[in-house]
Write a protein of this length. Sequence first.
Length: 95
Amino acid sequence: MVLDRNVAAVGTVLLIEDDPLVLAYFRDVLDSRPMPHLSAGTAAEGLALLESDATIDVVITDLVLPDTAGTGILTTLRPLIARRPWIQAIVVTGQ
């Protein structure tokens, strides 16, 4: 992953990823910018953080999480993002 250092910083990035190695990789990339970020290992944890932290502008989420199947995370994120339409969501998967 390459981040353009000329791009203005966003608010907080929320990482939702259950694989510790992938999560560590994303954290390293964001720390190199530096970009403030929060992380969650399940969809439920990530959604709770999104509900409670108004500084989140970007969500990077795994498509396959232990507590949601397939596109379930997207279905759950949709109404939250509808209330805060500036939030950008990036979905990644190793499947």
